[in-house]
Design a protein around this ligand. Structure first.
Ligand SMILES: Cc1cc2nc3c(=O)[nH]c(=O)nc-3n(C[C@H](O)[C@H](O)[C@H](O)COP(=O)(O)OP(=O)(O)OC[C@H]3O[C@@H](n4cnc5c(N)ncnc54)[C@H](O)[C@@H]3O)c2cc1C
Length: 336
């Protein structure tokens, strides 16, 4: 039986998570290289809504568990459903978003199938692997930062297949959907035992998202060099003037200048705005992996040798206490 690439489609019954569409986009590229089919695993209670979108992202076969019992994510029922889908799909590669759900589900599957899993990948490629005079062809290179982000590691899994990875949101390029594409659906029924239904959800409290870094066209980010919460208030003023979102380095978050939902980087959000301002940010690799694909990077730093200048398109050497008020004043005057 032909091996497939299987993508876990995370959805909340109303929409599909962007990371799943990003993975389908990458799946199309891998499918070309491996000459295989792209499959989608969708579990929920309103799946039919999403079929045309999944085809438009190049899915050949949708494996669908569409049942009220699966309205909300619960680890044991979803694991059972996923294992049944995997049996049908026969994948050589399975990809999940590195979201709360993906990080819960994927290790369960790895443990059930006794296969490997690489968490938090930032890139995926296909290549050969040689070890002890043996060559494995067309393995999935699972690429991610390691050792605190100081090296980029390429991890392969030659023996214990399927090869599985969770992938960070926002790192894969999303293709344009083509709604003329068609595929087929395979409905999968899953019987749940009392053991599978151990967890009951009593109440769901959804915190509204107040920061949209991923969708922002312009981001003004501040680091430890901002020096105070007060300076971040100025940053918010500047952001409002130029219709930007406010981002931050982890050091700024750790100093309590701003909340964690604003953090950009390896353990924050990965962003690709048209314009990224970096005020008082040194440019540590863990920050850079989260913003280096921005269109234009404008860095403001008092240290002319700050590593952020290596990737900046516009370099301003100076004190943020001078530059930021000057920028606010200039934009205010331009707006008059
Ligand atoms: C596992 C791991 C995950 C991590 N994840 C992340 C992450 O997601 N995001 C992230 O950002 N970091 C992350 N980090 C932390 C990262 O290594 C750096 O410590 C952090 O990015 C540094 O933040 P910073 O540039 O604001 O501070 P610093 O490195 O202290 O730099 C401050 C900069 O401000 C400049 N400056 C100082 N005063 C002024 C002034 N008045 N005007 C202008 N410039 C001034 C200085 O010259 C300096 O370049 C992670 C670290 C680890 C180990």
């Amino acid at each position: 039986m032909k091996k497939s690439i299987l993508i876990f489609i995370e959805n909340n019954g109303k929409s599909i998570q962007d990371v799943s569409l990003e993975l389908l986009s990458k799946g199309n590229e891998l499918k070309e290289k491996l000459d295989t089919d792209l499959h989608a695993a969708i579990i929920g209670d309103n799946n039919t809504e999403f079929y045309s979108k999944l085809y438009a992202f190049g899915v050949d076969i949708i494996y669908s568990v569409n049942d009220g019992e699966f309205k909300e994510f619960k680890t044991l029922p979803y694991t059972k459903a996923m294992l049944k889908i995997i049996k049908e799909s026969n994948p050589q590669i399975i990809l999940y978003g590195a979201t709360n759900i993906g990080r819960d589900l994927a290790p369960r599957i790895a443990s059930s199938l006794k296969c490997g899993l690489t968490a938090d990948c930032t890139d995926l490629r296909i290549g050969n692997f040689e070890y002890m005079k043996k060559t494995w062809k067309n393995l999935l290179y699972q690429i991610r930062p390691a050792w605190g982000g100081n090296i980029i590691a390429t991890i392969v899994n030659p023996e214990m297949h399927p090869q599985m990875a969770t992938v960070r949101e926002g790192v894969m390029h999303m293709i344009e959907p083509d709604y003329s594409l068609k595929g087929k659906v395979v409905e999968i029924g899953v019987e749940l035992s009392d053991k599978d239904k151990k967890i009951t959800i009593l109440k769901r409290i959804i915190k509204e998202k107040t920061v949209d870094l991923k969708g922002a066209n312009i981001i003004v980010s501040g680091g430890a060099g901002m020096g105070s919460k007060g300076n971040f208030n100025k940053m918010f003023e500047f952001a409002k003037l130029i219709k930007a979102e406010v981002g931050a380095s982890r050091a700024a978050v750790d100093f309590g200048f701003i909340s964690k939902d604003h953090q950009v980087g390896q353990t924050g959000t990965v962003v690709k705005p048209r314009v990224y301002f970096a005020f008082g940010i040194s440019g540590a690799v863990q920050h850079r992996v989260g913003m280096e694909n921005s269109g234009t990077i404008i860095a403001i730093n008092s240290d002319p040798d700050a590593p952020i200048f290596d990737i900046a398109h516009v370099k301003i050497v100076g004190d943020i206490n001078t530059i930021l008020p000057l920028m606010i004043k200039t934009y205010k005057e331009m707006g008059k």
